[in-house]
Write a protein of this length. Structure first.
Ligand code: GRF
Length: 210
């Protein structure tokens, strides 16, 4: 059976990508990483990919801070399509995706967010949860749509907030949960185990991969 082809986009240290690649290399995912792309030239995620024998490419993002220039986003979509990517995995990609990517990969872009959405969308969600005095928070894997962390929720995992927690201790605990949840969700998508995954080719339809 041919593995599901992933394109991973990240801007930072790539701990989620590492966990996904570990699961792929352990034969647990039914997926392969075709390409890792970053909008940050010296992002650790690019080094990490290269060190794992995965192709890595820097995509200069253009003049905006929170999104890609539309022409560049179209080039990115075309590039991922030319790589025959079937599922785009956002792993700490710090820009919002817009029409060029969303239209090229409808319901085929997933993200992981460090809160139990719809609570605490946006930046530093763990700090928001701490400040709000919550007893628990967590992480969410969701599809990308045109909004900020508003796409359909695929899976969530709860993480307790402990007495005396600091922001960094809480973030580290959430990230541990992220690492297992993200790999589990991708494995499920690759197996087409969820009713809402009908648009993904089933393993039997994916054939041998020539
Ligand atoms: C994760 O905490 C994720 O929730 C958020 O960005 C962070 C990326 O971390 N979307 P890493 O680069 O995977 O370590």
């Amino acid at each position: 059976m041919r593995p599901l082809r992933l394109g991973v986009l990240g801007s930072g240290k790539g701990s989620n990508y590492r966990a996904i690649q570990d699961a792929i290399d352990a034969g647990q995912l039914g997926a392969e990483t075709r390409i890792v792309v970053s909008d940050v030239e010296d992002a650790r995620i690019l080094e990490l990919a290269a060190s794992r024998g995965v192709r890595a490419r820097y995509f200069p993002p253009g003049k905006y801070r929170t999104r890609l220039e539309p022409d560049i986003e179209q080039q990115l979509a075309d590039f991922l399509a030319s790589e025959e990517v079937e599922l785009v995995v956002l792993a700490g990609f710090m820009r919002m995706l817009k029409a060029p990517m969303i239209e090229a990969f409808p319901n085929r872009i997933i993200n992981i967010h460090p809160s139990l959405l719809p609570k605490f969308p946006g930046m530093a969600a763990w700090e928001q949860a701490l400040a709000a005095g919550e007893e628990a928070t967590g992480c969410t894997v969701h599809y990308i749509d045109a909004g900020m962390d508003t796409g359909e929720i695929i899976a969530q995992r709860e993480v307790p907030i402990l007495p005396g927690d600091t922001a960094s201790a809480l973030h580290a605990r959430i990230q541990q949960a992220e690492h297992s949840l993200y790999a589990e969700v991708i494995a499920r998508i690759a197996r087409r185990g969820e009713p809402d995954q009908t648009e993904f080719p089933a393993p039997s339809e994916r054939g041998s991969g020539d």
